[in-house]
Design a protein. Structure first.
Length: 464
């Protein structure tokens, strides 16, 4: 999505606010949907969900209840088609929640009992705010209920939704982040919305907010500067952990190289709430998509592309697939291509990529985006070394590359690569020898990557 397009959406939403307070356009708007096709997989899977949804199942006490996302589907179908049947479903669901006040425990769902933890509230609440906005449902009772869900009601884990966001630097906190953005946007509480945004930004950039509590910290690149998402270029013991979410990766096991096998989906759950919040904030002129060297992109890329290509088993699947079209729309990736039809469905608290679909035919060709998105020359590992070390670099597109080693006098002692290379990530093993296979003495050497206008130098120490 271009900056001009983002700005036009923002201005359009402001205009919409001024002429019709009933619909702000938090997730999308009738105006944006007007030209989208009412056929094709993105529409059909969403409408099927909207047709089957039962408003009586509007509960937020069970984190596995998908009714919230189905209600959002009904709201989008109404906004596109004008069919009042779908609006009626949304209104009935919202009224049931508002009339109940503190969340009522739902019946067992998929073998899981409701527990009214704030994780359940975080996964469930946001979609109802998004849906209510799309159908123009605004009552004092519903607004009060949303405010109470954010700041007043205390879950069985003794936290409010807002406090859980401030406390947990993992999928618990980011699901709360997404719902809080939806709630405050619906309430037009721009002060709170900006505060939530700024808190997230500080957690990503560091130093961490005082109220945020981390568990085991082995997946952080810097134990003295804990981050919500590892910074650009983060490498630990030779493993590229750029974009990795430390507090959810620890649930797969303590740090190791290679990483442990995927045992949870928490890293993608982390992104579900993050993507929801990012889309909403962008539409209110508070975009976080590009914060911290595009931390959200780097987080998706780390698993969808880098670790998937290297280790397998890390890409999005199941109810995490819905995020891929939103990544494509924002960052110009092509991660949607070749995915199953479920990519057009929902997640735990939102979804329905119909809202970003451009109406073009859905491709079935598998292709993962190979572009790192930037140049990078990483610190060699190990360092110091004897006698071999690994040198890693990334290229954003096909380009001329000159990678060489120099002594401290500036003399080129070894040419590691010179020529054209395609986009991607590369690793070169160097054995402390010249291009003519002569072993070099112990000492300090410089490795330089030069490509176009990009140049970076790292220091390497060889000991014998």
């Amino acid at each position: 999505m271009t900056i001009d397009r983002r700005f036009s959406i923002f201005l359009g939403n402001l205009l919409l606010c001024s002429v019709c307070l009933a619909q702000i356009g938090i997730w999308t708007s009738a105006e944006e949907l007007a030209d989208k096709p009412m056929s094709g997989p993105p529409w059909e899977v969403m409408k099927a969900s909207a047709d089957e949804v039962d408003p009586a199942w509007a509960y937020v006490s069970n984190q596995d209840n998908n009714n919230n996302s189905h209600i959002l589907a009904a709201a989008i179908v109404y906004a596109r088609s004008g069919d009042e049947t779908y609006k009626g479903k949304v209104v009935a669901a919202c009224e049931q929640l508002a009339n109940a006040g503190y969340p009522v425990l739902s019946p067992e769902i998929n073998g899981n009992e409701a527990d009214n933890r704030t994780l359940a509230w975080a996964r469930e609440t946001g979609s109802y705010a998004l849906a209510a906005d799309l159908v123009g449902y605004r009552t004092t009772a519903f607004g009060t209920w949303l405010r109470n869900m954010a700041e007043v009601y205390v879950g069985t884990d003794n936290r409010t939704l807002l406090y859980m966001f401030q406390l947990r630097p993992n999928n618990w906190g980011t699901h709360a982040f997404g719902s809080l953005c939806a709630i405050y946007a619906f309430l037009q509480d721009t002060t709170r919305l900006a505060e939530v945004r700024d808190y997230w930004v500080q957690a990503v950039l560091g130093p961490k907010p005082e109220t945020m509590e981390y568990g085991e910290i082995s997946w952080h690149v810097d134990s003295n500067n804990l981050r919500l998402i590892n910074p650009k270029g983060a490498v630990k013991q030779g493993l590229n952990i750029d974009g990795v979410m430390p507090d959810d990766m620890r649930r797969n096991g303590s740090f190791s190289n290679p990483p442990p096998s995927r045992s949870t989906d928490y890293h993608w759950g982390f992104l579900q709430g993050t993507v929801i919040g990012a889309r909403i904030l962008e539409r209110f002129g508070l975009s976080i998509w590009d914060v911290a060297d595009s931390a959200i992109y780097r987080a998706g890329y780390a698993f969808q592309v880098r670790w998937e290509a290297t280790y397998g088993g890390w890409k999005a699947d199941g109810d995490d697939l819905w995020m891929l079209p939103f990544f494509d729309d924002t960052y110009g990736t092509s991660w949607t291509e070749g995915q199953p039809e479920r990519v057009w469905e929902h997640g735990k608290n939102a979804g329905w990529p119909y809202v970003v679909w451009d109406g073009s035919p859905v491709s079935g060709n598998v292709r993962y985006d190979p572009l790192p998105g930037w140049y990078e020359l990483e610190q060699n590992f190990p360092n110091p070394f004897n006698p071999t070390t690994l040198i890693r670099f990334s290229l954003p597109y096909t380009t001329e590359v000159h990678l060489a080693v120099y002594d401290l006098l500036g003399k080129e002692v070894a040419t590691l690569y010179k020529g054209v290379r395609s986009a991607g990530e590369y690793t070169i093993k160097w054995g402390a020898e010249t291009s003519g296979r002569r072993m070099l003495p112990s000492g300090l050497y410089l490795c330089r990557l030069q490509s176009g206008e990009y140049t970076k130098v790292i220091k390497m120490t060889m000991t014998r």
